[in-house]
Write a protein that binds this ligand. Structure first.
Ligand SMILES: Nc1nc2c(ncn2[C@@H]2O[C@H](COP(=O)(O)OP(=O)(O)OP(=O)(O)O)[C@@H](O)[C@H]2O)c(=O)[nH]1
Length: 318
């Protein structure tokens, strides 16, 4: 060991106390021989109080932890063992300086056995990584919220086209595998240009929100998906639903929107807001690809428009 009268020893002791991390040195019996000031302020225990005591008597909760395992493992190849990421990040009951009942600081811990002369010692370094962990958590939450928002239509709050495309591909694969039914509704607000021209674009937006929310509310099964397809067009994916059942759902939606009696422009076909709906189903006439299924629903929608609007048309029946 160093000579305590050596000035380099004093220098080392001062530097140790200035370090922005906890430093503990244990002897071969795991008794604390060194405990720097960082440890004093974060643990509320002075060096005099803990010196010569076993680390596991000072912190009984370390028993059975990976910190204990790393310490007990002895010198091994003399390499440093990083233990903090292998278990919770707060193995030591340490809190911010001056706060003895606050939350524990998050810790990165390194355990390094070493020899000094004949003595077997063990260095434990503890770093406060609370800021990093907070930033990490914040970034994760931010990424999650961005991901969620990238699937939501900014105006209406229901799913967007991107989510629809992804879900349709997935549901088509599932229907292929299980030989199950899958139907698609393509819905368009009738004479919406006239609505905008008469009431203004802002009220047009409010109308889109009302219709979108009504649609989403009408679809009761958890696997059903309502999305804004673009402009004043909406779409619904109905898994495990046959063409005939989907036609029934479409008719219920049409009636629900009409029953809301939302005033329409004088130039519109009806005096209230109405929907035209095209229905198509997977499997019928080889409609087993997203593009052909959408095309079939679109043609049915066009037939509904041609037929006078405010109606449901089913693919393959016009
Ligand atoms: N307010 C508002 N209007 C939109 C939005 N997206 C599309 N539109 C309008 O929706 C109208 C759609 O008009 P058209 O495609 O001509 O169809 P339509 O007037 O609904 O007539 P039919 O579909 O044939 O019954 C256009 O005037 C678009 O400007 C939007 O986000 N907000």
């Amino acid at each position: 060991m160093m000579n305590p009268t050596d000035t380099s020893f004093d220098l080392a002791a001062s530097a140790l106390n200035l370090l922005d991390c906890g430093v503990i040195v244990l002897d071969a019996e795991h008794r604390i021989v060194l405990w720097n000031r960082w440890m004093v302020s974060r643990s509320g225990r002075s060096a005099a109080r803990v010196r010569e005591q076993s680390l596991f008597a000072v912190f009984p909760e370390l028993r059975g932890s990976r910190v204990e395992a790393a310490v007990l493992a002895g010198p091994g190849d003399g390499s440093t063992r990083k233990v903090s990421n292998l278990e919770g990040r707060t193995p030591f009951p340490l809190r911010e300086a001056g706060s003895f009942d606050g939350t524990r600081i998050e810790q990165a811990i390194a355990v390094t056995p070493f020899r000094e002369g004949d003595e077997q010692l063990c260095l434990i370094e503890i770093r406060d990584v609370s800021g990093t962990v907070d930033r990490e958590r914040h970034l994760l939450e931010h990424a999650e919220s961005l991901r969620a928002r990238s699937y939501v239509d900014g105006l209406t709050g229901i799913h967007n086209r991107r989510y629809f495309d992804m879900t349709l591909e997935r549901e088509l694969r599932r229907a292929h595998r299980n030989g199950g039914a899958l139907s698609l509704l393509l819905m368009d607000i009738d004479s919406f240009k006239a609505y905008n021209d008469h009431f203004g674009h802002q009220q047009g937006d409010a109308c889109l929100i009302t219709v979108a929310q009504a649609l989403a509310g009408m679809l009761k099964r958890p696997a059903d998906v309502a999305a804004r397809y673009g402009g004043e067009e909406f779409v619904a994916i109905l898994p495990d639903t046959t063409l005939a059942q989907a036609a029934g759902v479409a008719e219920a939606i049409r009636l629900d929107i009409a029953a809301r009696a939302l005033a329409h422009a004088p130039a519109a076909v009806k005096d209230h807001v109405t929907l035209s709906i095209g229905v198509a189903a997977f499997g019928k006439d080889g409609l087993n690809e997203a593009a052909s299924l959408i095309e079939a629903a679109d043609q049915a929608l066009y037939a509904a428009k041609r037929g006078g609007r405010d109606r449901v048309a089913v693919a393959g029946t016009q």
